[in-house]
Design a protein around this ligand. Structure first.
Ligand code: AMP
Ligand code: MG
Length: 491
């Protein structure tokens, strides 16, 4: 049995201005923790072969598969608003690209594969906890139908990594439609290398925005496309209570996928001011600030593209501003559309936005759990007798009653059958999300050598819209209300 990747490495072919050839550093004792069989299959890979000594050697970076052209990509980025002209893949190495069974080109990258030219003072490695965390959360996001990078495998290295303490090391095999970031454009723009920016933009248009190629100005159409996908992405995040936590420009993919699961987390009780990252002291990346920050990041991308939007600077700036000013409208439409579906409305009416805001405001004031409020709303939409569980989520149940009366009046104007409506609501309001306490529990067990809770949580998260009795313990409230859950960047 041999492991065969059908590589076609278009990013490597862009040339050495864009990356540095970098071979993964071997590890002492690679041990397979998890392989994503379904994803392996979608990529045309043999999951059994990935589990052999040869396969695990590849996933650990101890051997290179035929056709791989391993590289570390160059990029820059604004981190918490401060520009860093060179970041780059400091601990991730791209093995190459494969075209999946649906014809989609996808990067196969080892995260935690050892030092690169871009490692600065870092060790190029990743710890087991954050690797399994990214595995769980990115796969959960995919099952929630949110554009995201994926996890193909996790391998323990048998070596320690040193953070505040010594931790077990691991390598994640990440799959993405590409790893090109806003910060990749910034890397070249900051050096005044307009030719490289253009070459990169042409590559991205070809790969992610082929429809832009035929536009009168393809670069403007590309910028419009990125803005639209980011607006929709952030709206989707907010509709499942997701906080990315570190939306630096180097952590924003131009393909529109969620990327770089560091200090991300999910809301339990709805509070739009929620911040999880321990280093985000000013709430720059708070739940409710995510659209504004995405817009800010896109302005940084627009700056990189200015020379290509119009030869005259004034006109280029005008064009960029026109595109950027469309962001809020696209975001608001996606935000309201998604929440409209979550409360069971099918036919749009102008007062829907106010109805949604009223619910969210009451949820915030009365500490209502985000996921369970919406999940239980499906039952309540079917019958007013089913209001019990949802009322119990509000510190003052009357706050729900006041809203529900208004909501039921609005529902009366809807043509859909209650049963059909309930099914549609359950298809957008998950029963199970990777709640912080569940993820922490699974990771703590894994650190102690027991992967069973990780496996079980991963399985539950694979079908988040189903009520499955065997996973009922994952679908409840967290055991104690979290005062201030914190996640750490030292991943
Ligand atoms: P992140 O916070 O994961 O988005 O990473 C920001 C930058 O730090 C990127 O350039 C990473 O490659 C780099 N980096 C993060 N962790 C390490 C590490 N352990 N070793 C080397 N570089 C790292
Ligand atoms: Mg990053």
């Amino acid at each position: 049995m041999t492991v065969h990747f059908d590589f076609d490495n278009s990013y490597a072919r862009l040339g050495t201005a864009f990356h540095r050839p970098t071979v993964p550093s071997p590890v002492a004792a690679p041990h397979l923790l998890k392989v994503n069989r379904r994803l392996a299959d979608a990529l045309g890979l043999d999951a059994d072969a990935l589990g052999t000594a040869e396969g695990v050697g590849i996933l650990a970076g101890n051997r290179l598969p035929a056709g791989a052209e391993p590289i570390a990509a160059a990029y820059a980025g604004h981190q918490f608003g401060n520009f860093v002209p060179q970041l780059g893949d400091g601990r991730a190495i791209l093995l190459g690209e494969v075209v999946d069974r649906e014809g989609l080109r996808r990067d196969v990258q080892l995260k935690g594969a050892g030092p690169t030219l871009f490692s600065r003072n870092g060790d190029g490695r990743a710890a087991l906890g954050p690797v399994l965390r990214e595995y769980l959360v990115s796969e959960a996001m995919a099952a929630l139908k949110i554009p995201t990078t994926r996890a193909l495998a996790a391998v323990a290295t048998g070596e320690p990594v040193y953070r505040e303490t010594a931790l077990p090391g691991a390598v994640l095999t990440r799959v993405a439609s590409s790893h090109i970031r806003v910060g990749t454009f910034q890397f070249f723009a900051a050096r005044g290398d307009d030719a490289a920016v253009r070459k990169l933009a042409d590559h991205v248009i070809d790969r992610h925005y082929p429809e832009a190629a035929g536009a009168s100005n393809p670069y403007r159409a590309f910028l419009e496309g990125v803005c639209a996908r980011q607006a929709e992405l952030v709206a989707r995040w907010m509709q499942i209570g997701f906080v990315h936590g570190v939306m630096n420009t180097d952590n924003m993919s131009v393909s529109g996928e969620t990327i770089d699961y560091g200090p991300c987390a999910f809301l339990d009780a709805y509070d739009p001011a929620t911040v999880f990252s321990s280093i985000d002291r000013n709430g720059r990346y708070a739940y409710a600030n995510q659209a504004r920050i995405a817009n800010w990041n896109l302005a940084r991308l627009a700056e990189c593209l200015l020379p290509h939007l119009d030869p005259e600077e004034n006109k280029a700036i005008e064009a960029a501003q026109e595109v950027l000013s469309g962001f809020a409208e696209t975001f608001n439409a996606a935000y309201v559309d998604g929440f409209r579906a979550k409360i069971g409305l099918q036919t749009p009416q102008t007062e829907d936005a106010a109805l949604i805001e009223d619910l969210l405001l009451r949820m915030a004031q009365h500490n209502a759990d985000f996921t369970l409020t919406f999940r239980n709303l499906g039952k309540a939409a079917e019958s007013a007798q089913a209001d019990g569980p949802i009322r119990g989520l509000f510190a003052d149940p009357a706050a729900y009653d006041g809203w529900a009366a208004r909501w039921r009046q609005r529902l009366a104007a809807e043509p859909r059958e209650p049963g059909e409506r309930r099914a549609a609501m359950d298809a957008v309001n998950p029963a199970i999300i990777p709640r912080n306490h569940l993820v922490e529990e699974a990771l703590a067990a894994a650190m102690a050598g027991d992967l069973a809770p990780f496996e079980r949580l991963n399985e539950a998260l694979a079908a988040p819209f189903e009520d499955r009795a065997e996973f009922a313990d994952y679908a409840g409230l967290p055991p104690v209300p979290e005062a201030a859950y914190r996640t750490f960047c030292g991943t």
